[in-house]
Design a protein around this ligand. Sequence first.
Ligand SMILES: Nc1nc2c(ncn2[C@@H]2O[C@H](COP(=O)(O)OP(=O)(O)OP(=O)(O)O)[C@@H](O)[C@H]2O)c(=O)[nH]1
Ligand SMILES: [Mg+2]
Ligand SMILES: [Zn+2]
Length: 393
Amino acid sequence: MSKKKPKKTRLEFRKGHQGQRRERGLTEKFADSKDEIDTQNSQRITGKGDLTRRRTVKADVVSPEHPDAIQSIQIQTSDATVDGRVIRVHGLESIVELSDGQILRCAVRRVLKNLSTTQRHVVVTGDQVKVEPHGGNQGWIVRIEPRRSELCRTSKNRRHVIASNIDQILVVTSAAEPSIKPNLIDRILATAEQNQIDATVCINKCDLIAPEKLQPLIGSYAQMGYQVFMLSAMQGWGMNHLESWVQGKASAVIGQSGVGKSSILNHLIPGLSQRVQNVSLDNQKGKHTTTTAEWFCIDAKTSIIDTPGVRQFQLWDIVPAELTGLFRDLRPFASHCRYPDCSHHHEDICAVKDAVADGRLDPRRYDSYLQILDAPAFASDDADDTPWHEANQ
Ligand SMILES: Nc1nc2c(ncn2[C@@H]2O[C@H](COP(=O)(O)OP(=O)(O)OP(=O)(O)O)[C@@H](O)[C@H]2O)c(=O)[nH]1
Ligand SMILES: [Mg+2]
Ligand SMILES: [Zn+2]
């Protein structure tokens, strides 16, 4: 680990943090208050009350391209810190596994929590952190190490990092119950491209339909260079291949509720019994059984992260000009468009539209592209419940 001292950095804090004026008797309370101890040791408050929302903290640089992405923030603290990994977050409490396997329930130091970012949570599953233990099985998270990758989406207009430090995404979908949603797969694949994380398509519940019905869809993803697995967690089909595929990597399963993400994990991780639940008989939708992202280690180099089912998958921070670059199959045609900033939507002369018209580009993928372009808030889970293979017969 680098011994380089963190730079002093000016950071924005949430409004309202300094809302309360000093009260009488503060000195007596001071000794009991952990947050105030942080303030004294590690932050120089400049200005008074609401006049300023900035503080100088010791911190590594915040990425210039992604000012919201915390690269590494450390508040000055004692040397009695240990390294760990956030394996689960429950509200204000983060469960951290230390390198010796010990589990600590940790709170995040207030100075980290109050950073003004658009992130839903400052600490996420997968984060590598420094923890200051404070008795029993408890501790304070005092540093979040730079993340090597983030899987993000937009949730309630904020940046939701589902998990960090992952090597690949397993986009899990089910052949039936609930029916396959290619548009949702496309969104997640585009997100993987955006976050520069490898992605693999896993079609689970292949025991429920004749697999050849899915061949056109599988073929189209395979042609783009995506590995596709046809699985049945119930029958154990394809599990050996998937097991070798995840070896030596940190993989996050992601997909709709009820597609069998936790069932797949139960197969891959000996002794694991993640809760699974039948899909609803009324609407064939999952019941959102898994409620928090959770990091499981299979061995020292292999981990799998279970995540809650996504209903909507809206890309974070996407501008139309970048979207084409996230669709592997559209990309080669786009460079032949007449206008360099062509959106492939309303332009009269467009190489992408030509490619769709003469069958070189899958119209379904082009449609997915348009849906993201036109209506980022589009809820793909609820869009169309006609099973894909029936609609395409
Ligand atoms: N027929 C069939 N059913 C399966 C298969 N895999 C999982 N299931 C069933 O599908 C239901 C949902 O499985 P879960 O593993 O809870 O799904 P999930 O994706 O983790 O769902 P959330 O946690 O809600 O996101 C359960 O009743 C499983 O038994 C499969 O390969 N075939
Ligand atoms: Mg689950
Ligand atoms: Zn175009």
